[in-house]
Design a protein around this ligand. Structure first.
Ligand SMILES: [Zn+2]
Length: 221
């Protein structure tokens, strides 16, 4: 059963279409598993439509109206509140089977869905083999995780399929997969993770040698 949900603010921004696309994707995946948040988003969408209808009508010329419609299409995508929708279908037409996982740590694997041409975010699936433990790490930016299969625990809780988890620069944690099945999560990272254990800190020294001065400056802000 889903226990961890997006914040009310995040659901409001999602319903309004005023949210970064990859964060919206994570919310959409959560909504597949969470009737409670689906209902909430549906109510918020209805409320937004009702508020628009109360605005006074004024004549505007066709060119301006076309530009408004273009903007609405850009910033107000239809929220994916249908239970049978598959928000990850474009990346994973065959689901989670037969993916070419790349090993990152002893029992930690990654399957990258998308990397930016610019910026430092990354969208990926992460897998921890049953009973495996990821290295202890913190974050230079927000990390949004939605559990797709299995489950994991860390210092702050236990997370099951559909749970929506946000960690930021104030959190260090060490996820551990539950014992009975591999844990697979969708992860949207706004910035690289920061390894913080003894081995991790040693590895970080080498990583810093390969980061640009611009990256290092942005990490210190
Ligand atoms: Zn929810």
């Amino acid at each position: 059963m889903v226990q961890h949900h997006p914040s009310d603010d995040t659901l409001v921004e999602y319903a309004a279409g005023n949210i970064k696309s990859h964060l919206a994707l994570c919310v959409s995946v959560h909504l597949q598993h969470c009737p409670q948040c689906r209902t909430q988003v549906q109510k918020l969408s209805t409320l937004g439509g009702a508020l628009l209808e109360t605005l006074p009508c004024e004549a505007i010329d066709d060119a301006i109206f076309d530009r408004i419609l273009e903007r609405v299409d850009l910033v107000h995508p239809e929220p994916a509140v249908k239970e049978d929708a598959n928000p990850l279908g474009a990346w994973l037409p065959d689901g989670l089977a037969d993916l070419s996982w790349r090993k990152q740590w002893f029992k930690l694997y990654e399957y990258v869905l998308e990397v930016p041409k610019q910026g430092r975010w990354r969208l990926a699936l992460q897998k921890i083999s049953a009973g495996g433990i990821a290295p202890v790490h913190g974050h230079y930016g927000r990390e949004v995780t939605v559990v797709l299969q299995g489950g994991f625990s860390d210092e702050m809780g236990v997370y099951d399929v559909g749970d929506f988890v946000i960690r930021d620069g104030n959190h260090n944690h060490r996820p551990r997969a539950l014992e009975n099945t591999d844990c697979i999560c969708l992860a949207y990272m706004e910035a690289p993770v920061r390894l913080t254990g003894p081995v991790g800190r040693w590895l970080e020294r080498f990583r810093d040698m390969f980061l640009s001065q611009e990256d290092l400056a942005s990490q210190s802000t």
